[in-house]
Design a protein around this ligand. Structure first.
Ligand SMILES: [Cu+2]
Length: 154
């Protein structure tokens, strides 16, 4: 198994002198073949002294990328599309499982571990390109163990 260094690159298109937000731990869980959607998770720290809004996102691998919020209402899990999210000055905003996330919809192909997906975040401070590594993330540790066992039996 080979390991690849993943470089995170940030490009700010409009304003070269503004404080760049920090992108922490971007990841897309790998999708099974035939899947039409994938989720994307990351943390973003707003290093500037004004509020940053994320107004949308896009990627070449999906027909569209939406900002979603997962919520449980009356025991029913829902995902609600957000027009934008706000990150106050100095604060860190988390896109994470069960909460806010990026939703890639209309995938061209399955996203496999080792792939790197370019996502463009449209923000009030310009477009930010994020390279998001695709990683295998089991539904639970038990599932991971089972997969592992099956590998060993081969
Ligand atoms: Cu979603």
């Amino acid at each position: 198994m080979f390991k690849k260094l993943v470089f995170l690159s940030l490009f700010l298109c409009h304003s070269a002198f503004a404080e760049l937000p920090s992108i922490i731990d971007p990841v897309i869980p790998a999708t099974p073949p035939g899947a039409q959607v994938a989720a994307g998770y990351l943390s973003l720290t707003n290093n500037s002294d004004s509020t940053l809004t994320i107004d949308g996102a896009s990627s070449a691998v999906a027909k569209k990328v939406e900002l979603h919020l997962s919520k449980v209402e009356n025991d029913v899990a829902k995902m609600i599309k957000q027009d934008s999210v706000m990150v106050k000055a100095g604060e860190t905003f988390e896109f994470k499982h069960g909460s806010y996330h990026l939703m890639l919809m209309g995938l061209e192909n399955a996203l496999k571990p080792g792939d790197v997906v370019d996502i463009i975040l449209e923000t009030s401070n310009g477009d930010i390109l994020i390279e998001m590594p695709v990683k295998k993330m089991g539904m639970s540790k038990m599932k991971k163990k089972m997969d592992h066992k099956m590998d060993n039996n081969n």
